[in-house]
Design a protein around this ligand. Structure first.
Ligand code: ADP
Ligand code: ZN
Length: 728
């Protein structure tokens, strides 16, 4: 059915409510009302009413006499057909209620109310008899240039709004209606970009061709950090704009992407439209409206931008496609990179996955011939990749109670003496990850979760990084009452700042972590300080690993290269390789050569050996090989079932019931239930089951049938995580 069709079942329409229900419900279309698929409607629901989207013809599942009528239509652009099909497919793949997925398309409920037009004023037909100097100034200003709002006129003329009102009454000014929003700035795709090098020209041509073909394809743009991937995919965006289509760019950490935004503006002479959680309500409403109306040109956003109701999308770029933040781990559990590919296939347009370290999933899709690869082999210009060296902490340990080894300390010292910048990387927020009582050994734990509380000394708080619980650091042990015996164990970046301040008292040190930077503006200010040479030593978490380009940064010290390997999940080694390559890529991006020191207790770990030797390909090959052997993703499929609830007995019982009715077969295996590593989260007990299936298995159907047959009681819930990334 197309947008212009009305429902087939005469007088009936299926309406999808933005609620976690199984599907769309039939309603009657009252005489005189035209309802087409995609229209936003108001329908009775229970004792109240609800908004909903006309999803298609009535199913006829319920006798017409029992149906209730649609109450009315909302004046709002219809949800495009492509978006509706996308919602259905995502719901299907993630085993989620379609209404809950559809809700992500309307993440701004106020967007549904028609915006009110703005009133502006221009010179009216009459000239009032009484012309004070103030009135004269206003009329002069109103007579030239574009129309202005009352506040604007008053301010420009330096008068109160009373003067303006008087002029309106006297006919000296007349009102005109403006569209509710200013149109978005138009990026100029004809502007010349930088002169591309030969590799870049070839890559850009391949991407442009994909866009110009106007059909679905997925290209993997692969190239070391600093190779110019951004410049190259800007060419694809230019081609998309030239074709009159909209483009969407997904970034992992949009709120911290100030540098990306200025590069876009430098290339296209206009800012892109942003979509992320830091937008003001007014901006969200406006942007949403301009996307669904087709006015928006280029949207850059976090993963949720994928669900915006674009009407003329012609390209999606997923930058840093390997980044873990593309997987949403609560609510609708979806992998935005994979769903972007699905979106492209539905819309018939190309998708570009860009990364210096493509995920194994993406590499496997290249091997299968589903995606094609576009490679930039070298860094742009004279920049070379930094040398990596392991610092074996067994031979070269830091002093007691410290975290920086003498080798790393000396390297930082040297760098600072050369007036270059150094970066210490530790992917751990706060001061210390654990606080322990020296008298009784008690560990301070979150009351709602099975995790330790992290001390944040700057804020003077203990925090749970899982549920947000906070408390003051007590002076006595809550278990044995010993006074002054609580001591921090292990480092977070705040503790590292303390150590570095002691070691390098003259250095200007800046700390970067998501809880220390409050928003995009502050992040940009910090980045600018680094670029201006006002910072000598940067200390930060993974937010420093992404995208930034600091030409004077020549040393990267990874304080704990083993950190990511501890959890031992499926992707631990892969993630370590990606994260450390990315951090390393921050060093020596311009004419200064960079070096990277990796502090480790396990220099023989394959991933560290690969990074140090530079032989990443064989590491990837052996990872892929091991996954293939074990039938793990990307060669097999996984799904997790998480049973949770406040009543432990019921949770355990539900887990057992799931196990009893688990799907059987040679091509499917079920493990568990077992207590989850995070066995308590936000006051809910948790049990996990893990399903491993051959790639041919229709996993969604299997899961739906299986879980659908289990009754849960009280607040016990079963969450399904298809393609899980977190195993906690
Ligand atoms: P990547 O995304 O692959 O890490 P970038 O696109 O960020 O690489 O490019 C790295 C740096 O090199 C940026 O500062 C960019 O402006 C610069 N650069 C890349 N290609 C060119 C080019 N052809 N001409 C001028 N500068 C370039
Ligand atoms: Zn907690």
């Amino acid at each position: 059915m197309t947008d212009s069709d009305s429902a087939e079942a005469p007088g009936q329409v299926a309406v999808l409510l933005p609620l976690p229900l199984a599907g769309a419900y039939d309603y009657l279309v009252p005489p005189g009302l035209q309802v087409a698929a995609g229209d936003v409607v108001v329908v009775p629901f229970g004792k109240t009413t609800s908004l909903g989207v006309a999803w298609g013809p009535g199913t006829g599942a319920v006798a017409a006499e029992k149906l209730r009528p649609v109450a009315g239509k909302v004046e709002c652009p219809p949800l495009p057909e492509e978006t509706r099909r996308f919602v259905d497919k995502v719901a299907d793949y993630t085993v989620s209620p379609p209404g809950a997925v559809a809700r992500m398309c309307f993440s701004v409920s106020a967007a549904l109310q028609p915006p009110s037009p703005r009133i502006a004023y221009r010179r009216g037909p009459k000239t009032p008899e009484r012309l004070t100097p103030s009135r004269r100034r206003v009329l002069e200003i109103a007579g030239e240039g574009p129309v202005r709002t009352m506040a604007d006129l008053a301010e420009s003329a330096g008068v109160g709004t009373g003067v303006i009102r008087g002029l309106i009454d006297a006919g000296g000014l007349e009102a005109v209606l403006l569209p509710p929003y200013d149109p978005p700035a138009r990026p100029d795709w004809q502007r010349a970009g930088p002169v591309l090098n030969q590799d870049q020209v070839t890559a850009a041509a391949a991407l442009r061709a994909a866009v110009e073909a106007g059909t679905y394809s997925t290209r993997v743009l692969e190239g070391v950090t600093g190779a110019g991937k951004t410049e190259v995919y800007f060419e694809a965006i230019a081609a998309c704009l030239a074709a009159g289509k909209q483009a969407l760019v997904l970034l992992p950490e949009i709120a911290l992407s100030a540098q990306w935004l200025s590069r876009f503006e430098a290339r296209f002479g206009a800012r892109p439209m942003e979509w992320h959680s830091d937008l003001k309500p007014f901006e969200r409403r406006r942007n949403w409206r301009q996307i669904v109306s087709g006015e928006a040109f280029v949207v850059v956003g976090a993963r949720s931008a994928l669900f915006l109701p674009f009407t003329g999308l012609g390209l999606i770029v997923v930058d840093e496609e390997h980044d873990g933040s593309y997987k949403q781990d609560d609510g609708i559990r979806y992998q935005a990179r994979d769903m972007a590919v699905l979106r492209g296939a539905l819309g018939g347009f190309p998708v570009i996955l860009s990364s210096a370290t493509p995920s194994l999933e993406t590499r496997a899709n290249v091997q299968r011939g589903r995606y094609s690869r576009v490679v930039l082999a070298n860094r742009h210009g004279s920049a070379v990749l930094p040398q990596m060296r392991a610092v074996d902490l067994r031979r070269d340990p830091p002093p007691r109670g410290r975290w920086l080894s003498p080798v790393l300390t000396a390297a930082v010292q040297e760098t600072l003496e050369r007036k270059e910048q150094a970066l210490l990387f530790l992917n751990r927020r706060g001061y210390a990850p654990l606080t322990l009582c020296g008298a009784c050994g008690h560990r301070l734990q979150c009351p709602n979760c099975s995790t330790w509380l992290v001390e944040h000394r700057l804020a003077g708080r203990l925090r749970c990084h899982h549920c947000g619980y906070e408390a003051r650091l007590p002076t006595e042990c809550p278990a044995c009452g010993a006074e002054g015996r609580l001591k921090p164990c292990g480092p977070g970046i705040e503790r590292l700042v303390e150590e570095a301040t002691g070691l390098f008292p003259d250095a200007r040190i800046a700390a970067f972590a998501s809880d220390l930077l409050t928003g995009p503006r502050q992040a940009q200010a910090m980045v600018e300080k680094v670029l201006a040479g006002e910072v000598d030593l940067l200390i930060g978490t993974q937010i420093l690993a992404k995208g930034h380009h600091f030409p004077m940064l020549t040393l990267v010290g990874v304080v704990d290269a083993d950190l990511g390997l501890g959890g031992g999940d499926l992707r631990a080694a892969e993630r370590t390789y990606q994260l450390l390559s990315q951090v390393a890529g921050r060093a020596g991006r311009a004419e200064h050569e960079g070096r990277v020191l990796l502090q480790t207790y396990a220099p023989e770990a394959p991933v560290l050996r690969a990074l140090v030797s530079g032989d990443v390909e064989s590491f990837i090959e052996s990872e892929l090989e091991a996954r293939a052997q074990a039938g793990m993703p990307p060669y097999g499929r996984l799904a997790a079932l998480i049973v949770s609830g406040s009543d432990l007995e019921r949770v355990v019982e539900t887990g057992k019931a799931l196990a009893r009715s688990a799907p059987q077969g040679a091509e499917i295996e079920v493990w568990g239930p077992a207590a989850a590593p995070l066995s308590l989260l936000r006051g809910r007990h948790r049990q996990r089951l893990l399903v491993k299936a051959d790639r041919g298995v229709r996993l969604g159907e299997v899961l739906r049938a299986w879980v659908g047959g289990i009754r849960t009681r009280g607040n016990t819930r079963i969450d399904i995580d298809v393609d899980p990334y977190s195993f906690l």
